[in-house]
Ligand binder design. Structure first.
Ligand code: MEV
Length: 330
């Protein structure tokens, strides 16, 4: 039996635009998905999953069966969750040259599902690491990231960047532009505060929405490019550690994501609550539509303001996690 874990992430800048080749800067946070994998003799997969949004479900299936857990969550989220776990196992089998092998899999996560904190990437990355190690193969981190990206790409119908999976695999702050993925060294701790509205967005649909706006209007395509400009500027500011300007750029980035139609009333309410509590800046993180915002604030004010915001179900501080995927036990 092997247990592996991988971190979730927030986007300091650049979600959505990264899908079209602009750079993005996601940062791993100290909230992890943990996947336990044990080989089964009968070739079947049995998956038990639990996290903040899914109370816990168990699915038993072989590869052809239509696995549908009986839980009160949108079908698209369940399909995606099952797709990510299946994909991770497929990759582990492929990497080990053992296509028929069965597993008992348990997924535990303190990252809410579909909420912009990279839960799916963390599950896939940890799943591939645990599955391959259980089969006696030790994959380099870059290969885990690459295989995890292929899973996201398939589940999201070809509309995925390498950002979430690379960040979860290597940890820390990273820069992703197309296939060029690298760690950003020397980033001090960033005072992230997260607000969570208890909801989730459908990444595939949200990405498709931005794509159709971008195809329809030149100014929407310009908006995507402008997000890239914010990221290019933000990288320099990050290196200088100027939180005031970083926050201002996050505000700008949020405005452009809003213009692209991926914010929501509750995300905007949380962003404004954090700003009015004198956070340096705040923006939605991830695909949007619902889920989480990230604010920069050294004091307790933004977190307290979020706790008193009716649209906010949970508010918490998140530390940058320098460590990516790791084997917890074998
Ligand atoms: C989702 O976490 C981030 C998006 O940019 C999609 C992607 O990069 O794959 C919206």
């Amino acid at each position: 039996m092997v247990v592996a874990s991988a971190p979730g992430k927030v986007y300091l800048f650049g979600e959505h635009a990264v899908v079209y080749g602009e750079p993005a800067v996601p940062c791993a946070i100290e909230r992890r998905a943990t996947v336990t994998v044990e080989r089964r003799a009968d070739g079947k997969l049995k998956v038990h999953a639990s996290d903040l949004t899914l109370d816990g479900f168990t699915v038993e299936y072989d590869d052809d069966a239509d696995a549908r857990p009986d839980v009160d969550v949108a079908d698209s989220l369940i399909d995606a969750a099952v797709g990510y776990v299946n994909g991770a196992i497929e990759q582990a089998r492929d990497a080990a040259g053992a296509p028929e092998v069965g597993f008992d899999i348990t997924v535990e996560s303190d990252i809410p599902l579909g909420a912009g904190l990279g839960s799916s990437a963390a599950v896939v990355v940890a799943g591939i690491a645990a599955g391959t190690r259980e089969l006696g193969v030790d994959l380099p981190t870059e290969e885990i990231a690459d295989r995890a990206y292929r899973v996201e790409y398939d589940v999201q119908d070809g509309q995925a960047s390498r950002a979430d999976t690379f960040c979860s695999a290597v940890g820390g702050a990273v820069r992703v532009e197309g296939d060029d993925c690298r760690s950003i060294e020397g980033v001090g701790n960033l005072p992230f505060v997260i607000g969570y509205d208890g909801g989730a967005g459908d990444t595939g649909q949200l990405v498709a929405g931005v794509r159709s706006l971008r195809d329809r209007y030149e100014f929407a395509a310009d908006t995507v490019e402008t997000i890239g400009d914010i990221v290019r500027r933000g990288e320099g500011v990050l290196a200088e550690g100027d939180l005031e300007e970083l926050g201002g750029l996050m505000d700008f980035n949020h405005g452009l994501l809003s213009a692209l139609g991926v914010s929501s009333r509750s995300l905007d309410a949380m962003v404004w609550a954090a700003r009015e509590a004198d956070a340096y800046g705040a923006k939605l993180t991830g695909a949007g539509g619902g889920g989480c915002i990230v604010a920069l604030d050294e004091s307790r004010s933004a977190r307290t303001a979020l706790e008193y915001t009716p649209d906010c179900e949970a508010a918490f501080r998140a530390e940058l996690d320098a460590e990516g995927v790791r084997i917890e036990s074998t």
